[in-house]
Design a binder for this molecule. Structure first.
Ligand SMILES: NC(=O)c1ccc[n+]([C@@H]2O[C@H](COP(=O)([O-])OP(=O)(O)OC[C@H]3O[C@@H](n4cnc5c(N)ncnc54)[C@H](OP(=O)(O)O)[C@@H]3O)[C@@H](O)[C@H]2O)c1
Length: 240
């Protein structure tokens, strides 16, 4: 689909990749609804993009209901799930609350929000984008996060099979230069973080071209191909 003229929702729009996508949709999608938790940062993005802002915690049913209610006023054709949190460090160091938080924000929230918006997206023959991560392949030091992102990628795969009339795109970035890295104590020198706007541009291109998956940078696709064709080689080459 083309986002031009389609009502759109972008989650995680108060920062980073979601903000960059919202800025690219400004003037194209109408109306545009943006959501995030930080009302101040979200309002600044809404003002710059002419969007409706809904400050909400998407891990709560009430937060999701507020977003769905605003979308319901206009219908929604394009949904971009960019909200998410990271969890870096050895699995032996993460506590129960940490696992709950990452699974709630990165897996349960986008699945539940998709479920609630599905009737609207179906009637619009719309498009849903999930911002997953290269961690969906399984990355050492990010086990719980990897589980959430792999779950999200597989959820997208299932939806794509079930509803061929709806576009479903999974975005798998490597490191991206956003506050995400500092917030969760990531120390990523390789691959070098790419600008958030590069992910935004690749995402909207993938929507326009109906692509199932997009890796950013593109060469990261090699890792997925090797994992499928030669899992032993993938394990041997993966950093521990
Ligand atoms: N940066 C990277 O290196 C990288 C790499 C691969 C994948 N990703 C994925 O890309 C997506 C965007 O990340 P980013 O780099 O743009 O991070 P970011 O700058 O930290 O932005 C994350 C966004 O998600 C929102 N969010 C987090 N938890 C939420 C919750 N419970 N309810 C509602 N909104 C919530 C944040 O809202 P507030 O700030 O208002 O709380 C913010 O708008 C995430 O799914 C992340 O896993 C990032």
């Amino acid at each position: 689909m083309t986002p031009d003229g389609a009502p759109a929702l972008v989650t995680g729009a108060s920062s980073g990749i979601g903000e960059a996508i919202a800025r690219r949709l400004a003037g194209r999608s109408a109306p545009l609804v943006v959501t995030g938790r930080d009302a101040g940062r979200l309002d600044a993005v809404a003002t710059a993009t002419g969007a409706h802002a809904v400050a909400a915690d998407l891990t709560t049913a009430a937060g999701r209901a507020a977003v769905v209610a605003t979308c319901g006023e206009h219908g929604v054709g394009l949904v971009v799930h960019a909200a998410g949190i990271g969890a870096a460090g050895p699995f032996s160091g993460i506590d129960e609350a940490g696992v709950d938080a990452v699974l709630a924000a990165d897996l349960a929230a986008p699945v539940q929000l998709t479920r609630a918006l599905w009737p609207s997206v179906r009637s619009a023959h719309g498009h849903v984008v999930f911002v997953a991560s290269i961690a969906a392949l399984g990355v050492a030091g990010e086990a719980a996060y990897s589980a959430a992102k792999a779950g999200l990628r597989t959820f997208a795969d299932a939806l794509r099979l079930e509803e061929p009339g709806i576009g479903v795109t999974t975005v798998l970035p490597g490191a991206v230069d956003t506050p995400f890295l500092a917030r969760r104590g990531y120390d990523r020198a390789f691959p070098r973080p790419v600008p958030a706007d590069r992910v935004a541009a690749a995402t909207l291109r993938a929507v326009e071209r109906g692509r199932a998956e997009v890796f950013v940078p593109r060469w990261l696709r090699v890792a997925s191909v090797v994992q499928g064709a030669a899992p032993g080689v993938f394990r041997w080459a993966s950093p521990s």
